[in-house]
Design a binder for this molecule. Structure first.
Ligand SMILES: Nc1ccn([C@@H]2O[C@H](COP(=O)(O)O)[C@@H](O)[C@H]2O)c(=O)n1
Ligand SMILES: C[C@@]1(CO)OP(=O)(O)OP(=O)(O)OC[C@H]1O
Length: 172
């Protein structure tokens, strides 16, 4: 059998988990977008897109679970389509690609690592827009790292996510 006639891989019988991380440095003069929300008065993050580390970590976790690589592989910085793109746009497109690859999405959980913004007071709002974008439940939590590391020093923010996907209906 030649390389281009390999049989398709067996369909997984169990749900598949994925992991995702994203980090961006603060950059003065940029707007801050986190969890699909604008945070007025907060310093923004440097990036080719809006640098929403929560949405990006969620995308990375979804791609990881579905075996689709990662954010950079799917949304290259050379593509003007993603210049300035919102995290919600990237998350909606990531979810679309995961479903197109034959998976249903169970849920995504994301933790923001950093001191500011304080996500607790806007958690419900962020979870709503992220869930709408993914078409599946997305939960958001946060931790400060107690002053340690680059997040503790206020140099940037990190997002860490897990995602669960499961095989969709078998193709007929
Ligand atoms: N950006 C953040 C960071 C934390 N929180 C909330 O504060 C709690 C305490 O944080 P620790 O790092 O000291 O554990 C945390 O559990 C969150 O509820 C937040 O809202 N936004
Ligand atoms: C999102 C993309 C594309 O606009 O750019 P950035 O906003 O810089 O974000 P990063 O987390 O470095 O992922 C790479 C790219 O996919």
């Amino acid at each position: 059998m030649t390389a281009d006639r390999q049989p398709p891989p067996p369909r997984p019988l169990l749900p598949l988990v994925g992991v995702g991380v994203d980090v961006h440095a603060f950059e003065a003069g940029r707007e801050l977008w986190i969890g699909g929300l604008h945070w007025p008065g907060e310093t923004g993050l440097a990036g080719h897109s809006d640098a929403d580390v929560v949405a990006h970590a969620a995308c990375n976790a979804l791609f990881s679970a579905a075996g689709l690589g990662d954010l950079g592989a799917q949304f290259g910085t050379s593509d003007p389509e993603w210049a300035g793109a919102s995290g919600l746009k990237l998350l909606a497109e990531a979810a679309r690609r995961v479903r197109a690859a034959g998976f249903e999405i169970g849920n995504v959980s994301v933790q923001l690592v950093g001191v500011r913004p304080r996500v607790g007071k806007r958690r419900a709002e962020a979870e709503q827009v992220l869930t709408e974008a993914a078409g599946a439940p997305v939960r958001l939590s946060a931790a400060t790292t107690d002053g340690l590391g680059f997040t503790g020093r206020g140099e940037g923010l990190a997002g860490i996510a897990t995602a669960l996907v499961f095989p969709g209906p078998a193709p007929s």
